[in-house]
Design a protein around this ligand. Structure first.
Ligand SMILES: [Zn+2]
Length: 89
């Protein structure tokens, strides 16, 4: 029996935080806003554990978003890396 993969890899595109990547369990979330929050929480944890407080302050100012895909695309594409970006305009 095939095991359904419930994780997806998300990466960041950002002046300071490229190319951070983390794996998110998508059965716990229902939209892209929740995913973005979880990805940024993972990055904040990494920065906090390394005591990079100046970068944590910078992270709080970043407004990450996604384009060209939606939550349904995330669910349908288990092998794709999905990127969140900021500062792209
Ligand atoms: Zn963008």
């Amino acid at each position: 029996m095939n095991k359904i993969t419930n994780t997806r890899v998300f990466g960041l595109s950002s002046k300071l935080f490229s190319h951070f990547k983390t794996t998110i369990y998508i059965d716990r979330v229902s939209n892209m806003k929740e995913i973005t929050t979880l990805v940024l929480l993972d990055l904040a944890t990494v920065l906090r554990e390394a005591n990079l407080v100046a970068l944590l302050d910078k992270l709080r100012l970043c407004k990450f978003h996604h384009h060209d895909y939606n939550f349904n695309d995330v669910k349908l594409n288990p092998d794709k890396i999905f990127w969140l970006c900021e500062g792209c305009k």
